[in-house]
Write a protein that binds this ligand. Structure first.
Ligand SMILES: Cc1cc2nc3c(=O)[nH]c(=O)nc-3n(C[C@H](O)[C@H](O)[C@H](O)COP(=O)(O)OP(=O)(O)OC[C@H]3O[C@@H](n4cnc5c(N)ncnc54)[C@H](O)[C@@H]3O)c2cc1C
Length: 455
């Protein structure tokens, strides 16, 4: 039996971040992974989808080239080449990560692990015992009852990231982040896209103003969507799939992408048997990611916090530092930046207007339209930056829509997390012409001294 300071089950964003930080702090670490080091984010999530979105952006640029005075033509997508580009990015990052784990003397164990006692994980008949055990087994793409995934006509994001052709038409079931990103990719690649969303808006967790702007932009791009109506049934035919909704409407397409959320990977892994408290498959933790069982921790998509890679990183680091006695501050989940990397992008940090009001804040809002921003005009992107602020107090939320606005989150999250007020930000000079100027302008306007604004 091998003995470690930490035994980490799952080598995705949460697990490997914990391993790297703990090893950096001098701990002995075993990292157990049944698939590939890097997990969902690197192999089936963040990285492949962003590569596909980038190919889509280039396709759109080719289509629109003449508006910028460039003679170019969009001919078609070469999915073999797209996948080679995407896989090249993944492989390079995967190799880098493997090297990093090796360089920190982490014991990487390949195989399916199971918690067999409160401090031991068994893999391929071998036992790995840890003073601490960190559960980081991540999540899987969910489906709906009766909606069987065949990976051909009815697929999840796992299949969609590796498609070797562009479907002529796609139905995307679910208008959350993953659904909207794939809708954007496929539209750019030339497919007819229809999104079906049971809630009343696309990216419904965002501020309503951002959802409405995304919907406007998608309408303009010719991405169809049905909101506030639920899926009823589907039929796979010889050449596609037919979807019926509860309101009686039917849609047909080459493929159906099921993007209805992700559930925790926790079944049959011994968690319950060892007394770990769970809720609907999620492992419950306190604000330092401790489970109810002393010495067992859990991070990432397995716990009911935001399902984002950088949240997994943050939780993994938190656990490593807590174990090493550094007493890190708990994560403020309101301060986690969120991006939907569609065209246009939707990015936010902090509270929506509705949340701020629910929490009893005296709210003031400011909308800065990107129409007034030089760089936005150069890029020909529409959108806005919306500030939600406490009256005469700190900024409580920043909500953005437009091309590349995800890059503005770096500043937005500093503003939110340092509890800056509009008056604190207004004097900071932003480089011209950048999209970030819009951040400065929005705060200037909220501080009562708008520059490029009418009235
Ligand atoms: C299509 C898509 C796009 C996404 N885009 C983004 C994005 O742009 N930005 C962002 O921040 N997030 C994004 N995410 C979310 C992000 O991928 C996840 O939040 C992140 O991967 C969670 O990390 P994790 O470590 O908790 O889980 P995972 O990355 O799922 O890692 C868990 C690992 O545990 C392993 N494992 C499971 N069970 C066992 C076992 N019994 N034994 C051994 N190993 C096991 C799995 O093989 C897996 O590698 C996206 C997700 C998807 C699906």
């Amino acid at each position: 039996m091998a003995q470690f300071d930490l035994v980490i089950l799952g080598g995705g964003s949460g697990g490997y971040a914990c391993a790297l930080r703990a090893a950096q702090l001098g701990k002995t670490v075993a990292l157990i992974e049944s698939g590939k080091l890097g997990g969902t984010c690197l192999h089936r999530g963040c990285i492949p989808t962003k590569a596909l979105l980038h190919s889509g952006e280039i396709a759109d640029s080719a289509r629109e080239a003449s508006t910028f005075g460039v003679n170019a033509q969009f001919l078609s997508m070469d999915m073999v080449a797209v996948n080679a580009y995407k896989d090249g990015v993944i492989n390079k990052l995967h190799k880098g990560l493997q090297g990093l784990v090796k360089s920190r003397n982490i014991t990487f164990v390949e195989g399916h692990g199971r918690l067999v006692s409160k401090d031991t994980v068994e893999v391929n008949g071998e036992r790995y015992t840890g003073t601490n055990v960190v559960l980081a087994t991540g999540s899987y793409a969910k489906s709906l009852p009766g909606l069987e995934i065949d990976g051909v006509r009815v697929m999840t994001s796992d299949h969609a990231t590796n498609l070797n052709y562009v479907p002529k038409s796609v139905i995307v079931l679910g208008g959350g982040v993953i659904g909207c990103e794939f809708a954007s990719v496929w539209k750019s690649f030339g497919a007819e896209v229809t999104i079906i969303e049971g809630l009343s808006h696309l990216v419904a967790l965002e501020d309503e103003s951002s959802s409405k702007q995304l919907e406007r932009a998608y309408r303009k791009r010719g991405i169809n969507f049905e909101l506030g109506v639920r899926f009823k049934s589907h039929t796979v035919t010889a050449d596609g799939v037919i979807v019926e909704l509860e309101d009686g409407k039917t849609f047909s397409a080459d493929v159906l992408l099921v993007a209805v959320g992700r559930g925790p990977v926790s079944a049959n892994l011994g968690y319950e048997e060892q007394g770990v408290t769970m809720d609907r498959g999620y492992v419950l933790v306190d604000d330092k990611c401790r489970t109810n069982v002393p010495g067992i921790w859990a991070v990432g998509d397995l716990i009911p916090t935001l399902q984002l890679a950088h949240v997994g990183f943050g939780e993994g680091i938190l656990v490593a530092e807590e174990i090493c006695g550094l007493n890190p501050r708990p994560i403020n989940y309101d301060g986690v930046p969120r991006v939907t990397y569609s065209e246009p992008e939707v990015a936010s940090v902090g509270l929506t207007t509705a949340q701020a009001k629910e929490r009893g804040h005296d709210v003031v809002e400011l909308n800065y339209d990107l129409a007034g921003n030089g760089k936005a005009q150069i890029l020909r992107t529409a959108g806005s930056i919306k500030l939600v602020s406490q009256k005469n107090g700190p900024v409580l939320g920043i909500h953005m829509v437009g091309a590349r606005v995800g890059e503005l989150l770096a500043e937005a999250q500093l503003i939110f997390n340092w509890e800056a007020s509009a008056a604190d930000v207004a004097p900071l000079i932003h480089a011209h012409p950048t999209l970030s100027e819009a951040m400065g302008e929005a705060h200037m306007a909220l501080a009562g001294k708008p520059l490029h604004a009418h009235g």
